[in-house]
Design a protein around this ligand. Structure first.
Ligand code: SAH
Length: 240
């Protein structure tokens, strides 16, 4: 496949993801990332697994002590599941964005509801590829699931270019067992099957960051039934 058609595919995929998260995806994930009882069993489990990822990130940040004077970028922030508690904990500043206007607006609404109206917390709509600037810490949780390996690695490279010190990402790792389950899922698609979900080879993600001068400092795996997410913290050790 030519680089041009790869790029076209990525653009098409991105538009599809955006459309989904402005409409049915917004409605679905806004419920999952909340405490409403209006979720089914699968969605409840995804909520539990996702909360483990968020809690782990918050605990890594707390342990590091790098919080108060620190600038954060939350790329693909969803409804603010990470940014809101981060603001409550006293983060220096948070620029949180999402490709979906509906998600970013909901995050803003939740911030207002929680009384978090400080100027240091800023929600806006943007795809992560268009983000510019320089942040001490960049987080990107459970966004890569919507993109195939080459696009996800390109996203890692772009996020590295925005990061001064620490990059935290999570994604569904490729494992032969998951590949098998996914295969079965494709043969018998369930009623909730909407967008494609990609599992990613961890070595590719780590190498993409390493080539930008980042090293892996810690990793964990957060699991619940129907949720499986590899979490990695990278640190910058050289400028490319
Ligand atoms: N990081 C959040 C949301 C995860 S859901 C959390 O962990 O709570 C995935 C989010 O990624 C959705 O809100 C979706 O709109 C967003 N997204 C998908 N592709 C994106 C892109 N290219 N740029 C920015 N956001 C994107």
């Amino acid at each position: 496949m030519s680089p041009e058609s790869l790029l076209d595919d990525t653009q098409a995929e991105k538009q599809e993801v955006k459309g989904y998260f402005e409409t049915t995806g917004f409605e679905r994930w806004n419920r999952i990332y909340s405490d409403t009882d209006d979720v089914n069993k699968v969605q409840r489990n995804i909520r539990i697994g996702h909360q483990k990822t968020v809690d782990e990130v918050l605990s890594w940040i707390k342990q590091s002590g790098e919080l108060r004077d620190v600038s954060f970028c939350d790329a693909g922030c969803g409804v603010g599941s990470l940014s809101l508690p981060l603001a409550e904990m006293g983060a220096g500043s948070i620029d949180a964005s999402d490709i979906s206007e509906a998600m970013a607006q909901e995050a803003q609404r939740r911030a207002e509801e929680a009384g978090l109206t400080m100027s240091k917390l800023h929600f806006f709509a943007s795809d992560l590829e268009s983000l510019r600037g320089s942040f001490h810490t960049v987080c990107c949780l459970d966004v890569f699931i919507h993109y195939p390996q080459p696009a996800a690695e390109e996203m890692v490279r772009h996020l590295c270019s925005l990061t001064e010190q620490r990059l935290i990402v999570s994604f569904a790792p490729y494992t032969p067992l998951l590949a098998l389950l996914k295969g079965i899922g494709q043969l018998f698609p369930g009623p909730s099957k909407t967008t494609r979900a990609y599992t990613l080879k961890e070595t590719g993600i780590v190498q993409a960051a390493e080539r930008c001068g980042f090293e892996l400092v810690r990793r964990s795996l957060n699991k619940a039934p129907f949720y499986f997410s590899r979490l990695i913290e990278f640190r910058k050790y050289r400028t490319c």
